[in-house]
Design a binder for this molecule. Structure first.
Ligand code: OXD
Ligand code: MN
Length: 596
């Protein structure tokens, strides 16, 4: 039995129950006993399948509808009184329209179902970084995932007390009709309503909806930052230094957050500590440095491509107590995914629920996919072998460097350092990735994804850039800002840099620079490592690869400026003048280089 002392919370639950009319209301207490009960219920209703208990203890399989397997950005809205508040990169709806449309879908949507009330904390309960939310949902899958991804239950209610503030999160699967799917954010009301989807990014409301969209709005008001960033520590000689890094979705954030030092650097005794793989909340600490906290408690990682080479720590993390969604389910109650670990099962059922064998082909004659490309694992962060001993420290961890990166075949060198904070903000605001064949649009086309926040910033991105500029002035000892690109290719289209664990070599240089060490040359785009500055011990790069990885081609950069200009112009008067100054200064530096 939970103990609820918060009158407004009770009143809100009643209000929602009046709209959705569930058969029952269950307050989630977070106990082990409750977990077992929900698992049994999920299994009985066919929503969960227990995996082989010997090989995958405590693990379950789940499959969502075929048209409900990813975040739906075009159905995601920020609902504010003033349209300008959301800027040119978000979908806008008025709060009246949003509430009214969603209410129509929600009316009676929980008849025959139970409404679960999940009190949850983003960030360790009681930490100065943390924010509390309460998610009302009709999905057992959501309760069990939220249990892994956040801290839930009675302890959160205790923290909330009689009148604490919380984000009101309402989720209903309704009838999972894509035509009645809406992910609505009401930042002025501290409210999120999500209907018609059961996919994680749309339904686990603590993650993208609260910890990024609503939190970015709160962060601007309250003078902190909510970012789409991993957090990791590098330990050497008993001292650990931390970085945060932002990359667009599907650029390997989870992999980088858990890297294993490469063979060639073994002698140096470096250790990597994972603090978070997706979201960082950042605040100025009493020492004048920027401190970071991971608001999540688990990993909601992409399965395909995860194997012992790309991410050995993730493979070890998902051995127990993990929920697998939309991967291949073996007839032997195993799970498997493309580019994964070990041999596939002899037969199974694929993510669409179709019979599957390794030689089955789809209608185009290509191998029939076992796992959806966006299939996921949900696993407790504490199970990761590289999890930092202090990952739940309520103070957070002090940040030495901020890293931005995109996926660029040309242009961006392996790594460079910004000239100062505002130049670093410029680098973040111009982050871009080239489209791969898997995405919509033409291959090679540039998709700008500033600070990797394009789908996650809860307000006008022009103002968001302004907030970054203002934060620079508020941090007495700011971290240095860097740009990395693991994806540069040679003339034959081959990757020049091996990536994965070898990326630690680049992190070493970044941390040295943050300490005021590390050799660099000043170039028009920023500080580049000198040819011998990155430790390449034991790495057999092809001849000339390092020259190509570090090449800065002013003509290519001049071309890039055209794209940046078009992008910046979208924000009109909301684009901070400081970013135009950075743009013009870079243009001048490049010009003098071309004519020199
Ligand atoms: C994620 C994403 O799921 O960025 O983390 O899309
Ligand atoms: Mn993400």
């Amino acid at each position: 039995m939970v103990n609820i002392k918060h009158a407004k919370l009770k009143a809100w639950v009643d209000e929602v129950a009046n709209i959705c009319t569930p058969d029952a209301i269950v307050w989630v207490d977070g106990s082990e006993e409750e977990k077992k009960r929900l698992e049994r219920r999920g299994v009985a209703r066919g929503q969960l399948i227990p995996l082989d208990a010997g090989k995958y203890p405590g693990c379950f399989y789940s499959r969502s509808k075929a048209n409900d397997v990813a975040r739906t950005e075009h159905l995601t809205y920020i609902c504010t009184k003033d349209k300008e508040a959301v800027g040119p990169t978000n979908n806008w709806m008025s709060p009246e329209e949003g509430y009214q449309k969603a209410r129509e879908i929600l009316k009676g949507s929980m008849v025959g179902h139970t409404l679960y009330v999940i009190p949850f904390s983003m960030g360790p309960i009681g930490s100065p970084f943390s924010k509390i939310g309460v998610e009302l949902t009709d999905s057992i899958y959501v309760v069990l995932n939220m249990r892994i991804m956040t801290r839930i239950g009675q302890a959160v209610l205790d923290q909330l007390g009689t009148d604490g503030e919380f984000v009101k999160c309402l989720h209903s699967k309704a009838d999972l009709d894509v035509n009645k799917r809406m992910i609505l954010h009401f930042p002025e009301d501290n409210t999120i309503w999500s209907v018609g989807s059961a996919y994680g990014g749309n339904a686990l409301l603590g993650k993208k909806c609260l910890a990024l969209r609503i939190a970015s709005w709160q962060a601007r008001k309250e003078g902190w930052m909510a970012e789409h960033m991993l957090i990791l520590g590098v330990e050497q000689n008993g001292k650990t230094e931390y970085v945060v890094a932002a990359f667009p979705s599907a650029c390997g954030k989870t992999n980088l957050a858990m890297i294993v030092p490469p063979e060639g650097l073994k002698g140096k005794g470096l250790k990597i500590w994972t603090v978070g793989d997706d979201i960082a909340w950042l605040r100025v600490g009493p020492d004048g440095r920027l401190w970071a906290c991971n608001p999540e408690a688990g990993f909601f990682g992409v399965a395909p491509g995860t194997n012992s080479k790309s991410n050995p720590n993730a493979i070890k993390t998902v051995q127990k107590n993990t929920i697998f969604t939309n991967v291949l389910l073996g007839d032997d109650l195993s799970v498997w995914w493309e580019d994964g670990e070990g041999a596939p099962p002899a037969s199974g059922t694929n993510w669409e629920g179709r019979p599957w064998k390794p030689d089955f082909k789809d209608k185009n004659g290509r191998p029939l996919l076992g796992a959806h490309p966006n299939s996921r694992f949900t696993a407790p962060a504490g199970q990761c072998p590289s999890i930092a001993p202090n990952w739940e420290d309520p103070k957070g961890v002090p940040i030495s460097a901020v890293i931005f990166g995109g996926r660029r075949e040309r242009l961006a060198p392996l790594v460079f350092e910004s000239l100062d904070w505002n130049h670093g903000v410029y680098l973040g605001s111009t982050v871009a990735s080239e489209r791969t064949a898997a995405a919509e649009g033409s291959v090679g086309e540039i998709r700008r994804d500033p600070m990797a926040m394009l789908p996650f910033c809860g307000y006008n991105m022009g103002e968001y850039f302004g907030h970054w500029i203002e934060m620079g002035a508020k941090i007495p000892k700011p971290p240095k800002i860097f740009h990395v690109n693991w994806f540069r290719k040679d003339a034959n289209g081959k990757f020049l840099w091996p990536g994965y664990g070898e990326n630690l070599r680049v992190l070493e240089w970044i941390l040295a620079r943050a300490r005021g060490e590390g050799k660099a040359d000043k170039t028009p785009i920023g500080y580049l490592p000198t040819k011998d500055a990155i430790d390449l011990t034991g790495l057999n790069l092809t001849a000339g690869a390092m020259d190509q990885l570090l090449a800065v081609k002013p003509e290519e950069w001049a071309g890039e400026l055209d794209g940046v200009k078009t992008f910046f112009e979208k924000f009109g008067a909301q684009l901070p003048k400081e970013l135009w100054s950075q743009f013009n200064a870079l243009k001048d530096r490049l010009k003098s280089k071309v004519t020199a």
